[in-house]
Design a protein around this ligand. Sequence first.
Ligand code: 4AD
Ligand code: MG
Length: 433
Amino acid sequence: MRSHYSDEITPKLDGREVSLCGWVHEIRDLGGLKFIILRDRGGFIQITAKKGTTNEEIMNKIDKISKESILKIDGLVVRNDKAPRGVEIIPRKIYMISRAKSPLPLDVTQKVRADLDTRLNNRFMDLRKPEIASIFKIRSKVLNVGRNFLIRNGFIEINSPKIIASASEGGTELFPISYFDREAFLAQSPQLYKQMMMATGLDRVFEVTTYFRAEEHDTRRHLNEVTAIDVEIAFIRDENDVINVLEDLIIEIINGASECHNELKILKKEIEIPKKPIKRITYDRVIDILNDNGKMIEWGDDLDTEAEKILGRIMMEEFNSELYFITKYPLEIKPFYTMPDNEKYSRAFDLGYKGVEISSGSQRIHDPELLVERIKKKNLNPENFEFYINAFRYGMPPHGGFGLGIDRVMMQLLDLQIREVVLFPRDRHRLTP
Ligand code: 4AD
Ligand code: MG
């Protein structure tokens, strides 16, 4: 329907006939002079109608146009130093493509600011704001860069089931569903399936996936439906081989996001480019640092939100790093599939970014007997995991991997809360839209 997007209209096109389609961002009526600011994916363009030069029919039509309606405008490009971007359109024909009701549920021009709930309830309109659209353009870039990096490094993209029969991360955070006459669950992660792929000879797999977590959290950093990049790698020497892949992946992702110059300018955000190597620090050292800073964490406990925040600040102050790996976690706070380092410690790690965990990973157990022992130790029933354990009995290489939470990456990249970087977030209170 259109010949150009608004950002393609430059003074160079002076004298050209063009067709534009977009939403009516604003209308200004100065009597004999009427302006329509038309908005499309490319930005804004000024349509200028002048009494005398523009025909009467069009002048009258403009009076009846409601904000956020969609117009198709055929017109002439005219260079004008006083117009935004030095150019405007003199309309020859205006077609009403879709009329918007008023009042609007949201003010797209943002003269009236809406709260996040109102915005999420009207997400279709919220995304008409260039800043909000920018968040999702950056998100698309992040996922693309991540996927390309993995493909380039020999990973094979897989898709595993999201309807599953048993917990993959242990614990109670499962959404039960009815699967014909049986009970089933929504997948907490592709963990068991990506591990089973290690017994196939594919060696390096990844999945861009959804996690479903029935966590009761109601925070700025938790959702019940999460997007993640899950990775699993065979024939590793230890967890450091996995950490090295995650290090390169996250640096590539942050670099990629920093190249979204237009979007970052619209959002008025800057992204700090990370440097290699990313700081690595043991769990024990983290506990010492926190305790020294007045945040008491018992050895063997997970870091709470406050501890994570304090750690993020200290890592910045002392090591000038927004990113950091926490290594050698206590075995008991990590899932059953985690490889023990010894009786006390595991070969598990987390990746922190400005005070928030964005990834967890580990070397995994590849010996089926040890696996059964660990499942029992976690008070889970090995019978429920037969299909999984069986894949370990006929040749399973040493392996490890991680899950990188994309919503968390996005929120930390742009210093927003998690609901702002997800189109239609699912949390304790939200099931629609
Ligand atoms: O730490 P998690 O639970 O680890 C796993 O799922 C393992 N299977 C990963 C592995 O390969 N060993 O989840 C991984 C990441 C977290 O670090 C976080 O970024 C994100 O997924 N995540 C959440 N993000 C938002 N809300 C939630 N409720 C999240 N749960 C996990
Ligand atoms: Mg974790």
